[in-house]
Write a protein that binds this ligand. Structure first.
Ligand code: XMP
Length: 506
């Protein structure tokens, strides 16, 4: 495997994904906690950073067990650190060094640069430049403006890249990473969805033995893949619980429950609509709604789980981005929304926790799901928030409002599917606004609700843009909604990006 030491760059996870796209396993660790480097570690990559190496509080890693002892590649900050710390010099850049550049000089005899063509485009993003290299370092690539675009350390397996090989705009970045990871480090390219399934099932069998495990299913991709993997490992000893909080999409509870049963999972469906609705009655504050839903879910799940005799483990569909310890530059970030619906569940239940997906990124979870023959329809589902329609009904929640929104949402989502737009959109849904407006239907004046439709493109939900859905499609959907859903006389389309807006309205 490859170890990536993180200095807080926004691109660190992208490096990890590129390594894994080469079917090589890697882990991200904060720069200050270098893990044990046993024989499975074939090489180390140092990430970029928002810091300058000239800053007083700049991160300084301890590389004594790494540099000169195993293959090492510094990227951007990593390259500047390896240069400055060992006797080179880094200064603020004179010219702008952000964005595209081309490699004017390449030492093609160098193992790192094999196969990189003349004038290869690279992506720069830094405010500093290396002006002097330590004595035993030598330049292996330059752009017109940046003489030290890449270097090697003679007599060691150490390299530095001033540009970012992991970003899409570095056109031969993948070749350079291949050269480092496969040719230089000698990693085998055997980290595939199938191998992951085999090794995970084997290790779950060993870890869980004959113990009983309980898992909360949500209908989402992560919990489903976790369920199928566990089922493959321990069969009937896995019990899944699927709670209907009454805030799901139209018919979703029954549809999802049916498909789980179809997959051979041992699922208990719990109809808890009334509990959720009565606890939520009269509450309009978004954070309070989230907290209530989280708490009621835990109470119900706990009660159901205790009906199963001798449960020892709680399984969760946690994925890798949730467990990477981030290197925070600006201190802990402010709580915009509390997304962790079921944080607190493991503590409350007093069970051991097993998280079979905690090494995977989202796209890898989907690939593993495919290897497990889970239906493309389930794997391709848009994300849906844990608190469900509660955070799409602005203001307090009533059964009537839920019914209206379920109908609107159904027309919109079904419309996207019928028009083959569903897969082009990362997430879509409808919001019921606490606003009434005047309309006219036939000869009658109406005074009814407004709904907002939202469809966004994104890769991870952290940033998003609104999707430019065809006008004809929006016209048809709007017409259908107003004609078919009683109580709605106006439809608007949300054209805000994230940031500054968020995806959900609450
Ligand atoms: P925002 O609204 O913060 O949403 O831009 C980003 C992504 O997270 C989902 N989301 C949630 N998911 N519990 C969840 O499980 C929540 O409380 C929650 N709030 C937002 C949202 O649907 C989008 O995919």
């Amino acid at each position: 495997k490859i170890i990536i030491l993180d200095f807080g760059s926004q691109y660190t996870q992208l490096i990890a994904r590129r390594v894994r796209e080469l079917n090589v396993y890697c882990e991200i660790h904060p720069f200050h906690s270098v893990p044990e480097l046993d024989s499975s570690v074939k090489g180390v990559i140092l990430s970029g950073s928002p810091y300058s190496v000239r800053d007083e509080e700049a991160p300084v890693p301890d590389l004594s067990t790494i540099k000169g002892k195993m293959p090492l590649l510094g990227v951007c900050y990593g390259a500047q650190f390896l240069s400055q710390y060992f006797g080179g010099e880094v200064k603020p850049s004179n010219t702008r060094e952000y964005g595209r550049a081309n490699l004017a000089f390449i030492n093609k005899d160098n193992d790192l640069m094999t196969g990189v063509p003349d004038q290869s485009q690279v992506w720069m993003s830094h405010g500093d430049t290396i002006v002097n290299l330590p004595d035993n370092y030598s330049i292996i690539a330059s752009t017109e403006d940046v003489s030290v675009a890449a270097y090697e350390v003679k007599g060691e397996n150490t390299w530095g890249l001033q540009f970012h090989p992991e970003v899409y705009h570095s056109t031969d970045g993948k070749t350079i990473l291949f050269n480092f990871i496969v040719s230089i480090c000698g990693c085998a390219q055997d980290w595939t969805p199938d191998s992951f399934v085999d090794s995970t099932v084997a290790s779950l069998k060993e870890k869980l033995g004959n113990d009983k495990v309980v898992l909360g299913l949500s209908g989402g991709v992560d919990s489903t893949v976790a369920g199928v993997l566990l089922n493959k490992a321990i069969g009937e000893n896995l019990t899944c619980i699927f709670v209907d909080n009454g805030l799901l999409r139209k018919n979703e509870y029954q549809n999802v429950l049916d498909s789980y049963k179809h997959m051979g999972l041992n699922v208990i469906g719990v109809d808890a609509k009334q509990e959720f609705l009565s606890e939520l009655a009269g509450v309009s504050d978004p954070e309070t709604k989230r907290k209530i839903i989280g708490r009621v879910f835990i109470e119900i799940f706990d009660k159901e789980a205790h009906k199963i005799q001798n449960v020892k483990w709680l399984a969760q569909g946690t994925i890798y981005p949730d467990v990477i310890e981030s290197v925070s530059v600006n201190g802990p970030s402010a709580t915009i929304k509390s997304h962790h619906n079921v944080g607190g569940l493991p503590e409350k239940m007093n069970l051991k926790v097993v998280e079979p997906l905690n090494l995977l990124f989202k796209d890898e979870v989907r690939r593993v799901g495919k290897a497990l023959s889970i239906s493309p329809a389930l794997l391709g589902r848009h994300p849906f928030p844990g608190p469900g329609l509660a955070i799409r009904i602005l203001g307090d929640i009533t059964e009537e409002k839920i019914n209206i929104l379920q109908e609107v949402d159904h027309i919109f989502i079904q419309g996207l599917k019928d028009n083959e737009l569903y897969d082009d959109v990362w997430q879509a849904g409808a919001m019921l606004l606490p606003v009434q407006s005047v309309g006219v239907m036939g000869d009658e004046r109406t005074y009814e609700r407004v709904v907002a439709l939202r469809a966004v493109s994104s890769t991870d939900g952290m940033t998003a843009d609104w999707v430019h859905l065809p006008y004809e499609f929006l016209a048809k959907v709007s017409n259908d909604i107003i004609n078919k859903v009683k109580g709605v006389n106006r439809v608007v389309y949300d054209i805000s990006s994230k940031p500054p807006a968020t995806i959900e309205w609450e």
